[in-house]
Design a protein around this ligand. Sequence first.
Ligand SMILES: [Zn+2]
Length: 147
Amino acid sequence: MDAVLVINADLGPLHRVTVQHAVRMLCRRVAEIHEAEPDRVIGVFPMPRVVRLVRYVVTRWRFSAGPAWSRGGVLRRDERCCAYCGGPASTIDHILPRSRGGRNTWRNTTAACYGCNQRKGDRTPAEAGMPLRRQPVNPGWAALAGR
Ligand SMILES: [Zn+2]
């Protein structure tokens, strides 16, 4: 059998490729020989039976990991609408203020206009009597793309 097994950098098996394909991977240095056929060579290489990727390739879609938090991302997620008055927003408000331990996370930040942000100050929405018009959520990739 001529097919060569490709394994991931963590030694997990991935798929089989032709010997020619495996040799191209060796030439491009994306893979290294993990197991070779004894006493057989192909060009300058021992005849590969198993090649191992040099860099780990993520093969499973990671549903859990969403986009990293950013100010611009919060404004895009909230479509630049203030969470308190619904007007155009240009600032980010920390729902639990940073001065009180609030962090830069999707759920603790929301788009807000300058006026509401100033008015709320170092208070929670409940303390300030400024209810949120929407609860901030962790956005998916699609919500941030292309806007
Ligand atoms: Zn506002």
